[in-house]
Design a protein. Sequence first.
Length: 293
Amino acid sequence: MSALPDDAKPVVVIHCNDSQLVAAKVAAHALKSRSQSPDRFHVRLLRFEETPHLSRRHGKQFIWWPGGAPATFRRRDLQSFAPLRRMVPALLGFRGRALVLDPDVFAIGDVYELLTRDMHGKAIVCRRQLRTRDGRTLHSSAVMLLDCAKLTHWDWERDIDDIFRCAIPLAWWLALLDEASERIGSLEDEWNDFDTLTANTRLLHNTEILTQPWKTGLPADFHEHAPRWPAPLEPLRRRVSRILSPTSPPSPRPAPLHRRPPRPSLPRAFPAGHPPRCPARPGRPLCCRGRCR
């Protein structure tokens, strides 16, 4: 992340990786273009590839939830950047106010309203989820307003070390279950609207990975579909595997493709379901209003 000027302006930090860099740049543009006060806050990208303490963990094991089976971390996973969101207070020297965003969150309203809101003494303001874990409410940390001075206990490098020793479950950590609930304020849904665009939406969060519009037609690259090899080497790897192990089972099916987002439903032009037929040309729709008789 590039250096910030020494001023008191709040900062929006979009954390991303190369797979989501296009989305992150669009998100950064939307934040400024949709605001009436674009010069009163900074926007910075925090990139996974420029953070060696995390990016070097490729192939390492971690667990999502307590008691869960180990999973393998892959640098080319679509969401490999997620652990960066809790790095932001340390990057800012535990000073000032920051808004942390996923790269698939696009501004519809003026984000400066959120950056300058009263946090009522809370260290974190984010959306509560409907799900619970062990009786505790989960939080969506993909959009977080942070008072960095109140988060000096966040030791990001230590936590990353513990995550890859399987001492801290990653999903538990991202859901802020290590924070006391009284330190977390509630964010209205419209500031983190999950795949819903209404007149009240302020930040639109494109959570449906398979239908994110900037990925349409590309192979899925998240979680179990994350590439294990650099793309140019994958065909060579498969060929070498067949030569060395002719009796090995066939390669797994290719990852599914990202789909085009569904179009919004529109009212039918003909409520009955079918247009009227032309009396002069049976079987054809009435396109000439009967003038072809």
